[in-house]
Design a protein around this ligand. Structure first.
Ligand SMILES: Cc1cc2nc3c(=O)[nH]c(=O)nc-3n(C[C@H](O)[C@H](O)[C@H](O)COP(=O)(O)O)c2cc1C
Length: 220
Protein backbone atom coordinates (compact mmCIF):
# COMPACT_ATOMS: atom_id res chain seq x y z
CA UNK A 1 0.00 0.00 0.00
CA UNK A 2 1.32 3.41 -1.01
CA UNK A 3 1.96 5.65 2.03
CA UNK A 4 -0.37 8.47 0.92
CA UNK A 5 -3.11 5.98 0.15
CA UNK A 6 -2.61 4.36 3.56
CA UNK A 7 -2.88 7.70 5.34
CA UNK A 8 -5.98 8.68 3.37
CA UNK A 9 -7.81 5.36 3.80
CA UNK A 10 -7.10 4.64 7.49
CA UNK A 11 -10.18 5.17 9.57
CA UNK A 12 -11.44 4.13 12.97
CA UNK A 13 -12.89 0.63 12.90
CA UNK A 14 -15.77 -0.08 15.26
CA UNK A 15 -16.70 -3.62 14.26
CA UNK A 16 -14.25 -6.50 14.02
CA UNK A 17 -14.22 -10.13 12.96
CA UNK A 18 -13.35 -12.54 15.76
CA UNK A 19 -10.42 -13.90 13.67
CA UNK A 20 -7.35 -13.84 15.94
CA UNK A 21 -4.33 -11.76 14.95
CA UNK A 22 -1.10 -13.77 14.73
CA UNK A 23 1.54 -12.69 17.23
CA UNK A 24 4.03 -12.39 14.36
CA UNK A 25 1.72 -9.82 12.69
CA UNK A 26 1.32 -7.89 15.94
CA UNK A 27 5.07 -7.89 16.43
CA UNK A 28 5.56 -6.46 12.93
CA UNK A 29 3.02 -3.68 13.61
CA UNK A 30 4.68 -2.84 16.93
CA UNK A 31 8.13 -2.87 15.38
CA UNK A 32 6.97 -0.40 12.71
CA UNK A 33 5.31 1.76 15.38
CA UNK A 34 8.63 1.87 17.22
CA UNK A 35 10.14 3.64 14.16
CA UNK A 36 8.23 6.76 15.30
CA UNK A 37 10.25 9.84 16.21
CA UNK A 38 10.46 10.86 19.86
CA UNK A 39 11.96 13.63 21.98
CA UNK A 40 15.75 12.99 22.09
CA UNK A 41 14.91 9.44 20.96
CA UNK A 42 13.60 8.60 24.42
CA UNK A 43 10.96 6.18 23.03
CA UNK A 44 8.83 6.50 26.17
CA UNK A 45 5.95 4.23 25.07
CA UNK A 46 5.09 1.06 26.99
CA UNK A 47 2.51 -1.30 25.54
CA UNK A 48 0.41 -4.15 26.96
CA UNK A 49 -1.08 -6.48 24.34
CA UNK A 50 -4.12 -8.37 25.62
CA UNK A 51 -5.85 -11.17 23.72
CA UNK A 52 -7.58 -14.53 24.25
CA UNK A 53 -9.12 -15.35 27.62
CA UNK A 54 -7.44 -12.40 29.31
CA UNK A 55 -8.99 -10.03 26.75
CA UNK A 56 -12.43 -11.47 27.56
CA UNK A 57 -11.87 -11.15 31.31
CA UNK A 58 -10.67 -7.54 31.07
CA UNK A 59 -13.55 -6.63 28.79
CA UNK A 60 -15.98 -8.01 31.39
CA UNK A 61 -14.39 -5.98 34.19
CA UNK A 62 -14.47 -2.70 32.23
CA UNK A 63 -17.92 -3.33 30.75
CA UNK A 64 -19.38 -4.04 34.20
CA UNK A 65 -17.89 -0.84 35.62
CA UNK A 66 -19.06 1.26 32.67
CA UNK A 67 -22.56 -0.21 32.62
CA UNK A 68 -22.87 0.27 36.40
CA UNK A 69 -22.13 3.95 35.79
CA UNK A 70 -18.81 4.05 37.68
CA UNK A 71 -17.50 7.58 36.95
CA UNK A 72 -14.37 7.92 34.85
CA UNK A 73 -11.09 8.37 36.68
CA UNK A 74 -9.09 8.89 33.52
CA UNK A 75 -5.67 10.37 34.20
CA UNK A 76 -5.95 12.64 31.14
CA UNK A 77 -8.34 15.52 31.76
CA UNK A 78 -10.76 16.83 29.16
CA UNK A 79 -11.45 20.58 28.90
CA UNK A 80 -14.36 21.81 31.01
CA UNK A 81 -15.55 23.64 27.92
CA UNK A 82 -14.35 22.93 24.38
CA UNK A 83 -13.89 25.96 22.11
CA UNK A 84 -17.18 26.39 20.18
CA UNK A 85 -15.81 25.31 16.79
CA UNK A 86 -14.35 22.09 18.23
CA UNK A 87 -17.51 21.38 20.20
CA UNK A 88 -19.48 21.69 16.99
CA UNK A 89 -17.21 19.17 15.21
CA UNK A 90 -17.67 16.71 18.09
CA UNK A 91 -21.44 17.22 17.91
CA UNK A 92 -21.42 16.56 14.18
CA UNK A 93 -19.30 13.42 14.71
CA UNK A 94 -21.80 12.02 17.22
CA UNK A 95 -24.80 12.97 15.11
CA UNK A 96 -23.40 11.28 12.01
CA UNK A 97 -22.63 8.08 13.92
CA UNK A 98 -26.22 7.97 15.17
CA UNK A 99 -27.49 8.52 11.65
CA UNK A 100 -25.48 5.51 10.41
CA UNK A 101 -26.99 3.41 13.19
CA UNK A 102 -30.45 4.84 12.47
CA UNK A 103 -30.70 5.91 16.09
CA UNK A 104 -32.46 9.06 17.29
CA UNK A 105 -30.17 11.58 18.99
CA UNK A 106 -32.36 11.74 22.10
CA UNK A 107 -32.53 7.95 22.44
CA UNK A 108 -30.56 7.69 25.70
CA UNK A 109 -30.64 3.88 25.77
CA UNK A 110 -29.18 3.60 22.26
CA UNK A 111 -26.51 6.19 23.08
CA UNK A 112 -25.58 4.17 26.13
CA UNK A 113 -25.39 0.95 24.07
CA UNK A 114 -23.04 2.68 21.67
CA UNK A 115 -20.88 3.95 24.54
CA UNK A 116 -20.69 0.48 26.08
CA UNK A 117 -19.46 -1.08 22.82
CA UNK A 118 -16.13 0.56 23.65
CA UNK A 119 -15.73 -1.87 26.55
CA UNK A 120 -16.48 -4.86 24.31
CA UNK A 121 -13.56 -3.56 22.24
CA UNK A 122 -16.05 -3.45 19.34
CA UNK A 123 -15.58 -7.22 19.07
CA UNK A 124 -11.82 -6.97 18.42
CA UNK A 125 -9.83 -10.07 19.42
CA UNK A 126 -6.99 -7.96 20.69
CA UNK A 127 -6.63 -4.76 22.69
CA UNK A 128 -3.53 -2.69 23.34
CA UNK A 129 -3.03 -0.42 26.33
CA UNK A 130 -0.45 2.34 26.08
CA UNK A 131 1.32 3.57 29.19
CA UNK A 132 3.74 6.37 30.02
CA UNK A 133 5.78 6.81 33.16
CA UNK A 134 3.97 9.44 35.22
CA UNK A 135 7.11 11.55 35.72
CA UNK A 136 7.13 12.47 32.02
CA UNK A 137 6.06 15.76 30.44
CA UNK A 138 3.74 16.69 27.57
CA UNK A 139 6.68 16.11 25.19
CA UNK A 140 6.35 12.41 25.87
CA UNK A 141 2.59 12.61 25.35
CA UNK A 142 3.45 14.12 21.97
CA UNK A 143 5.72 11.10 21.31
CA UNK A 144 2.91 8.77 22.30
CA UNK A 145 0.65 10.42 19.73
CA UNK A 146 3.22 9.87 17.00
CA UNK A 147 3.66 6.24 18.07
CA UNK A 148 -0.10 5.73 18.06
CA UNK A 149 -0.61 7.08 14.55
CA UNK A 150 2.31 5.04 13.18
CA UNK A 151 0.84 1.97 14.84
CA UNK A 152 -2.59 2.64 13.32
CA UNK A 153 -1.07 3.06 9.86
CA UNK A 154 1.16 -0.01 10.19
CA UNK A 155 -1.87 -2.06 11.26
CA UNK A 156 -3.85 -0.70 8.32
CA UNK A 157 -1.05 -1.74 5.94
CA UNK A 158 -1.43 -5.30 7.30
CA UNK A 159 -5.17 -5.28 6.58
CA UNK A 160 -5.95 -4.70 10.25
CA UNK A 161 -8.24 -2.07 11.72
CA UNK A 162 -7.82 -0.04 14.89
CA UNK A 163 -9.97 2.10 17.12
CA UNK A 164 -8.08 4.47 19.41
CA UNK A 165 -10.11 4.76 22.59
CA UNK A 166 -9.96 7.36 25.31
CA UNK A 167 -12.88 5.48 26.88
CA UNK A 168 -10.51 2.62 27.71
CA UNK A 169 -8.59 4.98 30.03
CA UNK A 170 -11.60 5.59 32.27
CA UNK A 171 -10.71 2.91 34.83
CA UNK A 172 -6.91 2.98 35.00
CA UNK A 173 -6.61 1.26 38.39
CA UNK A 174 -8.70 -1.68 37.18
CA UNK A 175 -6.54 -2.03 34.05
CA UNK A 176 -3.26 -1.76 35.99
CA UNK A 177 -4.44 -4.22 38.67
CA UNK A 178 -5.46 -6.67 35.97
CA UNK A 179 -2.11 -6.36 34.20
CA UNK A 180 -0.06 -6.26 37.41
CA UNK A 181 1.37 -2.82 36.66
CA UNK A 182 2.46 -0.14 39.09
CA UNK A 183 0.50 3.03 39.73
CA UNK A 184 3.45 5.02 38.25
CA UNK A 185 2.47 3.78 34.79
CA UNK A 186 -0.05 6.27 33.48
CA UNK A 187 -2.71 4.75 31.22
CA UNK A 188 -2.75 6.92 28.09
CA UNK A 189 -4.93 5.07 25.58
CA UNK A 190 -6.58 1.79 24.66
CA UNK A 191 -6.58 0.51 21.09
CA UNK A 192 -8.91 -2.20 19.83
CA UNK A 193 -7.23 -4.07 16.99
CA UNK A 194 -8.31 -6.79 14.61
CA UNK A 195 -9.62 -7.54 11.15
CA UNK A 196 -12.43 -5.14 10.19
CA UNK A 197 -15.91 -6.59 9.78
CA UNK A 198 -17.27 -4.99 6.58
CA UNK A 199 -20.81 -5.97 7.64
CA UNK A 200 -20.69 -3.95 10.88
CA UNK A 201 -23.05 -0.98 10.60
CA UNK A 202 -20.73 1.34 12.49
CA UNK A 203 -18.03 0.78 9.89
CA UNK A 204 -20.31 2.50 7.41
CA UNK A 205 -19.55 5.79 9.15
CA UNK A 206 -16.79 7.95 7.74
CA UNK A 207 -15.62 11.03 9.60
CA UNK A 208 -15.20 14.35 7.82
CA UNK A 209 -12.34 16.84 7.86
CA UNK A 210 -12.19 20.60 7.65
CA UNK A 211 -10.44 22.01 4.57
CA UNK A 212 -6.75 22.93 4.79
CA UNK A 213 -7.47 26.66 4.53
CA UNK A 214 -9.58 26.43 7.70
CA UNK A 215 -6.57 25.60 9.85
CA UNK A 216 -3.61 27.12 7.97
CA UNK A 217 -2.50 30.71 7.63
CA UNK A 218 -0.07 31.27 4.78
CA UNK A 219 2.77 33.78 5.16
CA UNK A 220 5.01 34.72 2.27
C1 LIG B 1 -7.08 10.33 21.54
C2 LIG B 1 -8.28 9.71 20.84
C3 LIG B 1 -9.28 9.14 21.61
C4 LIG B 1 -10.39 8.53 20.98
N1 LIG B 1 -11.33 7.90 21.75
C5 LIG B 1 -12.33 7.21 21.14
C6 LIG B 1 -13.24 6.42 21.92
O1 LIG B 1 -13.15 6.35 23.15
N2 LIG B 1 -14.19 5.73 21.25
C7 LIG B 1 -14.32 5.76 19.88
O2 LIG B 1 -15.21 5.11 19.35
N3 LIG B 1 -13.47 6.50 19.12
C8 LIG B 1 -12.48 7.21 19.72
N4 LIG B 1 -11.56 7.90 18.96
C9 LIG B 1 -11.68 7.91 17.49
C10 LIG B 1 -12.13 9.27 16.96
O3 LIG B 1 -13.50 9.43 17.17
C11 LIG B 1 -11.77 9.32 15.45
O4 LIG B 1 -10.38 9.23 15.30
C12 LIG B 1 -12.27 10.59 14.78
O5 LIG B 1 -13.67 10.67 14.83
C13 LIG B 1 -11.81 10.66 13.32
O6 LIG B 1 -12.27 9.53 12.61
P1 LIG B 1 -11.29 8.50 11.89
O7 LIG B 1 -10.34 7.95 12.91
O8 LIG B 1 -12.20 7.44 11.34
O9 LIG B 1 -10.56 9.25 10.81
C14 LIG B 1 -10.48 8.53 19.56
C15 LIG B 1 -9.44 9.12 18.80
C16 LIG B 1 -8.36 9.69 19.43
C17 LIG B 1 -7.24 10.26 18.60
Amino acid sequence: MDLSEGIATRRSVRGFKSTPVAQETLRKVLQLASCSPSYTNTQPWEVAVVSGARRDALSRILYDMASAGVPSSSETPVPALWPAELASRAGEHNARRFRVLEVERDDAAARNELRLLNYRFFGAPCVLFLFLDNTLSPWSVFDMGLFTQTLALAAHAQGLGTCLQASLTHYPDAVRDFLGLEKSKKLMLGISLGYPDPEAKLNGYQSSRVAVDNFVKWYS
